[in-house]
Design a protein around this ligand. Structure first.
Ligand code: APR
Length: 320
């Protein structure tokens, strides 16, 4: 059986890390694409030379030509501009919308059967625009946000409770931004919901509220520290988990920016919800019951995503 093909559009910090992880896990052969000449080729050469040391069999190539992504099974998109300090995700809208147009058309013309994972911010708007520009089915285009957001939430909770990260399972809904909704009711330590742990005296509501807030601004915290870019290790690890779920038909339930049409009272919008990912892409949107607070927080998040889409339509009339 021929190896799978993974195309990475954008060979920056996340793109390079994605390539390294995909090679280490031998997910398939890897094509790194970027508009900047030399960067994808240089990174591909450098990463290829990890092979003998780390012992992976994966062919890694760099290109500036969309024709080279032909036949890709999975495409992960990180092309665009990353946030700088003081810049909100939404400031990126205009710049990255143009990038999504070029990338969407490149995918449409060269690899229309791929499963596409978008990471470029502002995520919920960019994944929607990428789907529109590419014309791929909605179940084959998904955004990476919730896996990362819940990883951040899990990290902070594991630190707070002093337990292994393996026993923490968290749940995050909504947009990838300040309006995201970490749901404590469905976040557990080995099955025990966080509110119960608070009742047991293992933490306080104030501390949990602070962790929820830290999760919401988790990306900005890292931008503030790095000063010259945004997070890339955990975003790449999260994108790879989604790619593996598709390639290995794992039927994993992961929080993703997926196309929601009817569930959660949302009509035709990309927003963060739990979905099942398997060989058919996004196979199911899982609709869980939310308490009144989570419901109203989700509505705030959905409204924020809607506003971004209106702004996109204002910038590019072909999206209206
Ligand atoms: N086509 C392909 N690649 C592009 C294009 C384009 N039209 N425009 C820019 N790029 C490339 C840049 O040349 C750069 O190599 O995208 C890459 C982005 O890499 P970084 O600037 O290192 O950004 P990174 O940290 O990888 O984040 C990428 O993911 O999390 C989001 O907010 C983040 O939107 C940003 C994206």
């Amino acid at each position: 059986m021929a190896r799978k093909k993974i195309a990475l559009i954008g060979a920056g910090n996340i793109g390079g890390t994605l390539a390294h992880l995909a090679a280490q896990k031998e997910l398939g052969d890897i094509v790194l694409f970027d508009v900047v000449e030399g960067v994808p080729q240089g990174k591909a050469l450098d990463l290829s030379q990890c092979g003998p040391v780390e012992g992976f069999d994966a062919k890694i190539t760099g290109t500036n030509d969309y024709a080279d992504i032909a036949g890709a099974d999975v495409i992960i998109v990180t092309a665009g501009v990353a946030r700088k300090p003081g810049m909100s995700r939404d400031d990126l809208l205009g710049i990255n919308l143009k990038v999504m147009k070029a990338v969407g058309e490149g995918i449409r013309d060269n690899a229309p059967d791929a499963f596409v994972i978008c990471i470029t911010n502002p995520l919920d708007a960019m994944v929607w625009a990428l789907r529109e520009f590419s014309g791929l089915p909605h179940n084959k285009v998904v955004g990476m946000a919730g896996v990362l957001d819940s990883a951040r939430f899990s990290t902070f909770l594991a630190w707070e409770f002093g337990v292994s990260i393996r026993d923490v399972n968290t749940f995050v809904l909504g947009g990838h931004g300040d309006t995201m909704v970490p749901v404590t009711q469905y976040s557990t330590v080995n099955g025990i919901p966080v509110p119960d742990l608070v009742k047991m005296g293992l933490s306080t509501q104030e501390k949990i509220d602070a962790i929820v807030q830290r999760t919401r601004s988790g990306g900005g915290e890292i931008v503030g520290l790095l000063k010259t870019g945004s997070a890339f290790y955990a975003p790449a690890a999260s994108g790879i988990a989604m790619a593996e779920a598709y390639l290995n038909d794992q039927k994993r339930i992961l929080p993703c920016a997926a196309y929601v049409d009817g569930q959660y009272g949302v009509d035709g919008l990309y927003v963060g919800v739990p979905v099942m990912i398997g060989a058919n892409g996004v196979e199911q949107v899982i609709e869980i019951e939310l308490d009144a607070e989570a419901k109203s927080n989700l509505q705030v998040s959905v409204d924020a995503v809607k506003e971004l889409l209106e702004a996109c339509k204002g910038i590019d009339s072909s999206l209206a």
